[in-house]
Design a protein around this ligand. Structure first.
Ligand SMILES: [Mg+2]
Length: 250
């Protein structure tokens, strides 16, 4: 196998994150700080919907951050640039309190270091719905502040998001690699495995005990049940695979 690039998902793959507690506090702090004139429930539901719209957006000429800000501007009736400034301020202040919910995942540092040592192009392929500052902080809290990744995807450098195929095509264009030269490593079947498989990329599916195959219970995801990842295992299994230059069959 001629793998040249390893793409890692971040949340619940390279880190261990309490996503429920993280989101709850995130929304609460953001609301208190900049959106307290809006009803909390309205703010929470709108921002959740807007986030979904941004993730599914197909505007090739617009960066994700622009879509995000203009959608919020319409919904919250505030100028887009003012909202952008608010978010930028939030990410360098209150956002720091969320560090307590993020820890490095077991073996994650070892696996990333090994990929660098082996000379692979290493990419952080995380859902690009946050600005660069926010994503770099979460990466640092996950124990990867010192690595020089070829690319870290975020709302200010990506036009498309997971789970769209265009997100992965955009990454490959940026790192100048073909699908068969890449492997995507991630814990979410829908976001990390389906689109890369459709594009003929290699995949390593590493669900955490909590996310597992219950996904297939959802009718929405059942139609993807024919899709099989190239490999499946833990990060420790992935280390063995990298050590063997992807020659073994897990
Ligand atoms: Mg994840």
């Amino acid at each position: 196998m001629t793998i040249k690039a390893v793409l890692f998902d971040m949340d619940s793959t390279l880190n261990s994150i309490n996503e429920i507690a993280f989101s709850r506090k995130y929304f609460k702090m953001l609301h208190n700080r900049f959106f307290s004139d809006l009803a909390h429930q309205f703010f929470y539901e709108s921002l959740t919907d807007i986030t979904k719209n941004v993730m599914l957006s197909k505007s090739p000429r617009e960066l994700a951050v622009k879509t995000f800000m203009s959608e919020m501007s319409k919904c919250f009736k505030k100028p887009a640039n003012k909202i952008y400034d608010n978010f930028k301020e939030f990410y360098v202040t209150d956002y720091n309190q969320l560090e307590e919910f993020v820890q490095p995942a077991e073996s994650a540092n070892e696996v990333v270091q090994l990929c660098f040592d082996k000379g692979y192009v290493v990419v952080i392929a995380t859902t690009p719905i946050f600005t660069e500052t926010a994503i770099r902080k979460r990466l640092k809290w996950s124990g990867f502040g010192a690595y020089d990744f070829r690319l870290v995807t975020h709302a200010e450098n990506m036009h498309f998001s997971k789970p769209r195929e265009e997100y992965y095509t955009e990454i490959m264009k940026k790192i100048r690699k073909n699908p068969f030269e890449c492997i995507m490593v991630g814990n979410e079947f829908m976001g990390d495995i389906v689109a890369p498989t459709k594009l003929s990329m290699n995949t390593f599916y590493c669900p955490q005990p909590s996310d597992n195959d219950e996904l297939f219970v959802s009718p929405e995801l059942k139609r993807f049940s024919k899709i099989k990842p190239s490999y499946r295992g833990t990060l420790r299994d992935f280390i063995e695979l990298v050590k063997n230059d992807f020659q073994s069959n897990l």
